[in-house]
Design a protein around this ligand. Structure first.
Ligand code: APR
Ligand code: MG
Length: 279
């Protein structure tokens, strides 16, 4: 069943009108406190990348919640962030106290162990601030479908094509996939960033904003984790969820384009995208 939609193409001007300039008398409290639940043994890099991208995207404060094995890694590689450690050595199992945070991002590198599934469920049951869900946290939703009904309105989901397929089923072509994304977004009242070249940001009313930035150099492990950090940062700064998704995807691609212009697409790695963030 088709629902009428509007389609947009996010170029420079459309992105820039969504930027909230920083006011002279602002302080770090003005820009929110982001919480990223990320990492597991062997995948702490995902946590580092999303955390760095979050800091580079303007959040006032950042706390990383990571498994115990990640404590030194975070403190050394992200001195600007605070770290809370899980009681579990290798995976995230505990939900930190949420009161202090203005937005939460979950998923990069977290894995799908049962205690992590329970953490995701508890998060969905208790969260009262904007939420971003990525990577294995999306796969957890796909494998525990009763959780889909708990998604708070305007939650931002950032699936790559495989993650989207697990969430919404098979599509035989790009048009069908986009329509499946629209139906999913409308039904669950969420925002979906269908990642790829020209990432499609699908709003909860079914409108679609195609992104204009980015390049094939970004087809490399870790760039998705960078996007999670950027969008969580914008949510923490109280950007409306639609703006956080559209602007975050645009900024991510823009940084990737700057990085590719400097060093070429083949040499590009996710850390380079972080280095070139900024308006
Ligand atoms: N053109 C423009 N942008 C691209 C292109 C392209 N050809 N290819 C990829 N990108 C962008 C996507 O739009 C997305 O923002 O790079 C990012 C890739 O994100 P993911 O596919 O999520 O990759 P990433 O998460 O970094 O991969 C690491 O984590 O999510 C898991 O299953 C994933 O194993 C993978 C791992
Ligand atoms: Mg990913």
């Amino acid at each position: 069943q088709q629902t009428p939609a509007s389609y947009y193409f996010t170029e420079k001007k459309a992105a820039e009108t969504r930027i909230q300039p920083r006011q002279k008398f602002s302080h770090k409290g003005t820009f929110g406190h982001a919480l990223l639940v990320a990492g597991s043994f062997g995948k702490m890099g995902a946590a580092v990348l999303s955390g760095k991208a979050c800091l580079r995207s303007g959040a006032g404060l950042l706390t990383m919640h990571v498994p115990a094995c990640g404590y030194e890694i975070m403190q050394i590689s992200l001195p600007e962030a605070m770290t809370t450690v899980d009681k579990h050595e290798k995976i995230n199992t505990q939900l930190p106290e949420l009161d202090a945070y203005s937005a939460v991002g979950i998923g990069p590198g977290i894995g799908k162990e049962q205690p992590t599934v329970e953490l995701v469920e508890k998060l969905l049951d208790t969260i009262g601030v904007p939420l971003l869900i990525d990577a294995d946290a999306l796969n957890i939703l796909s494998e525990n479908r009763q959780l889909l009904d708990k998604l708070p309105a305007k939650t931002i989901l950032t699936p790559h094509p495989k993650e989207f397929q697990r969430l919404a089923g098979d599509s035989s072509n790009e048009f069908e996939r986009l329509e499946a994304g629209r139906q999913f977004a409308i039904r669950h009242q969420v925002i979906i960033c269908l990642k790829g070249a020209n990432t499609a940001v699908i709003l909860s009313n079914g409108d679609v904003h195609f992104n204009s930035t980015g390049n094939a150099g970004m087809a490399t492990g870790g760039t998705g984790d960078v996007l999670s950090g950027i969008i969580t940062s914008l949510l923490a700064q109280k950007y409306p969820a639609e703006d956080a998704a559209i602007l975050g995807v645009y900024e991510h691609g823009l940084a990737g384009d700057r990085a590719a212009a400097r060093r070429g697409q083949s040499a590009l790695i996710a850390s380079d995208v972080v280095e070139y963030l900024g308006w």
